[in-house]
Design a protein around this ligand. Structure first.
Ligand SMILES: Cc1ncc(C[n+]2csc(CCOP(=O)(O)OP(=O)(O)O)c2C)c(N)n1
Length: 581
């Protein structure tokens, strides 16, 4: 018996990777998948792990490692799989050499995402097998199983998790690392060069492999039938299995560890043993539609939602028709999301608002520039899109139309996909202004390093991409770097750059306030000097409040000493009281 420890789902996946003998992992951060790579660092002696600039690159790195003969993986959130869709569909044809598993974390309930897409749909479209664990122990053990199956059937696998699994803890039994010998590399043009003649043959081959796998799924231990009371039979997988066991402890359950392809014979056998079949799956009716297409009567999305997370109570209500008169848990007061006190993004948005600018926004902490009191951002769609959308507006309406517009993008997002959009602006003779809000980190997902921070995932020093130099290398003449808290200079710079009939890039290089742990100055407001003009309140800093008489108070437990309020006060009512030591 190995040691038993409590682990987060993400931690257990990292442990599973270690135990499975994985040698290479590449990832781009994305909640709720980010911590897998961070936990992997503890195994750096045996596993190489890295941050890639985006998910497409991460998947390609993992495919390269697999072809060379080692077990490899890539991690991402669900929308990251869209970025990696191009290699995904083709590696499906190619298959693997060393086992290849892509961890993809879905986010039912949209805790931290821009949509609620279901990775199983993408996997089915790309004909990629999917394994889904229900708790931390399975996260580790099924992950190892995924590598064995990947090699046995020559298929890349997707390991699907959700926020609830990634961020819940459970008991895990540790095992030794399997020492997996590297598979020999063989030059196989037909398998690894996806040009039409080869791909046609591979398509036939993978259809065959998937059928074999679907047959094998009927007897795989990770697909488990639990026959109890046969009045109700539930087909489920992943985290919803836990809700089923809590709400319907007497019911019979078919718990699927592999959700693509489905084990048809096993499902038919299960259905024959029970009276009423329910299919309980969060998000899309992926299992349900297939099962019903086989002529099986089952109840699914007629009574369950396709939105958000499920719960045991929701199942009690829907299946048992229980009128649950539950005491409402105490509600915390609503707190709309806001930028942290001292966040450099606030200063940038304050100036943009003052200039009555519109911004094509992007994904990151700075998306909060869309909400009051800043309300500068008009659009946010997906990573990298701000720059290309601004370009589209200009091409639609002409250069004068975008004179009061900028694109706003973070440093990590710029390197992820923004850089391609900027190339497009230069190439296609755009005149827009792009603001790169460079806070020297991937802030939104919890401070991951990236290609311009000068540190690797293992915190080793490395070459730091020079973002300004990169923009200049594209031929952009107007590349200006500004301290974001120098609001007078920033205002002047924005006015000058948007007036130009050429592409401009303004880089506001000021580190994320949470990165800099040094002691900062503190500011206080002098009530006697305060004229209640409200200027200092405009940027919406959470450290600033009004006294009952309308004068200003600064909460010294929240103030981070950025000085934005002081620079806005014309009456000397805000003063630095404690300089950094
Ligand atoms: C395709 C994709 N991958 C990952 C994410 C998760 N994610 C959201 S914002 C972001 C990057 C934020 O960093 P940055 O652009 O530097 O802005 P900051 O949050 O630091 O202001 C990431 C990785 C996502 N939403 N979409």
């Amino acid at each position: 018996m190995g040691e038993k420890v409590i682990m987060l789902g993400n931690e257990a996946i990292a442990r599973g990777a270690y135990e499975a003998g994985v040698k290479v992992s590449s990832a781009y951060p994305g909640t709720p998948s980010t911590e897998i790579s961070e936990y992997l660092v503890q195994y750096k002696k045996d596993v190489y792990e890295e941050w890639a600039p985006n998910e497409k690159v991460a998947v390609e790195v993992a495919v390269g490692a697999s072809i060379s003969g080692v077990r490899s993986m890539a991690c991402m959130k669900h929308v990251g799989l869209n970025v990696a869709a191009d290699p995904l569909y083709s590696v499906s044809y190619m298959g693997v050499n060393g086992g290849l598993v892509l961890v993809v974390a879905d986010d039912p309930g949209l805790y931290s995402s821009q949509n609620e897409q279901d990775t199983r749909m993408v996997a089915r479209a790309a004909q990629i097998p999917v394994i889904e664990p229900s708790d931390s122990a399975e996260a580790k053990d099924f992950f190892k199983e995924a590598f064995a199956l990947s090699e046995k059937y020559d298929r890349p696998f997707i390991f699907r998790t959700t926020t609830r699994l990634a961020h819940s803890q459970g008991l895990v039994e540790l095992k030794e690392r399997e020492e997996i010998a590297d598979r020999p590399y063989e030059k196989q043009i037909q398998k690894n060069v996806m040009m039409p003649g080869n791909a046609k043959l591979r398509h036939i081959e993978i259809e065959k492999r998937n059928l074999e796998l679907a047959e094998a799924a009927n007897t795989l231990a990770i697909n488990k039938m639990e026959i109890n009371d046969t009045k109700i039979g539930v087909i489920t997988s992943g985290i919803p299995y836990q809700y089923v066991k809590e709400a319907l402890p007497q019911a019979s359950v078919l718990k699927l560890g592999m959700v693509n392809p489905l084990p048809r014979k096993l499902i038919e056998e299960f259905v024959s043993k029970v009276e009423t079949v329910y299919i309980v799956e969060e998000l899309d009716p992926v299992i349900e539609e297939q099962v019903k297409s086989w002529g099986i009567k089952a109840i699914g999305k007629e009574i369950f939602t396709v939105q958000g997370e499920y719960s045991a109570n929701m199942l009690r209500r829907a299946i048992l028709k229980e009128e649950l008169d539950l005491e409402k848990p105490a509600q915390a007061p609503g707190r709309p999301p806001i930028l942290c006190p001292g966040c450099p993004h606030r200063s940038a948005f304050y100036v943009l608002k003052k200039l009555k600018m519109h911004a094509a926004g992007d994904i990151g902490c700075y998306t909060l520039g869309a909400v009051p009191p800043l309300s500068v951002i008009d659009t946010t769609m997906c990573m990298g899109s701000s720059i290309s959308m601004l370009h589209g507006m200009e091409k639609a309406k002409g250069k004068e139309y975008i004179k009061n517009w900028v694109a706003v993008i973070g440093d990590s997002t710029f390197l992820h996909t923004g850089v391609n959009s900027l190339m497009n602006m230069v190439y296609n003779k755009a005149t827009g202004t792009v603001m790169i809000l460079d806070n020297s980190t991937t802030g939104m997902t919890g401070h991951q390093d990236h290609a311009a921070t000068g540190k690797t995932l293992q915190q080793e020093p490395t070459y730091a991409i020079d973002i300004a130099g990169l923009c200049r290398a594209m031929g952009i003449k107007n590349v200006v770097e500004v301290n974001v808290f120098d609001i007078a200079l920033l205002e002047k710079t924005i006015k000058e750059e948007v007036a130009k009939d050429e592409v401009s890039v303004i880089i506001t290089k000021t580190p994320c306030v949470l990165l800099d742990k040094s002691k900062k100055p503190l500011y206080i407001a002098h009530e006697d000097k305060c004229k209640k003009c409200g200027m200092c309140m405009k940027p919406g800093c959470p450290a600033m409040t009004k006294n009952p008489d309308g004068t200003i108070r600064i909460d010294d437990t929240m103030c981070t000493g950025c000085g934005l309020c002081e620079s806005l006060c014309k009456f000397g009512a805000i003063e630095m009281v404690k300089a950094g030591e």
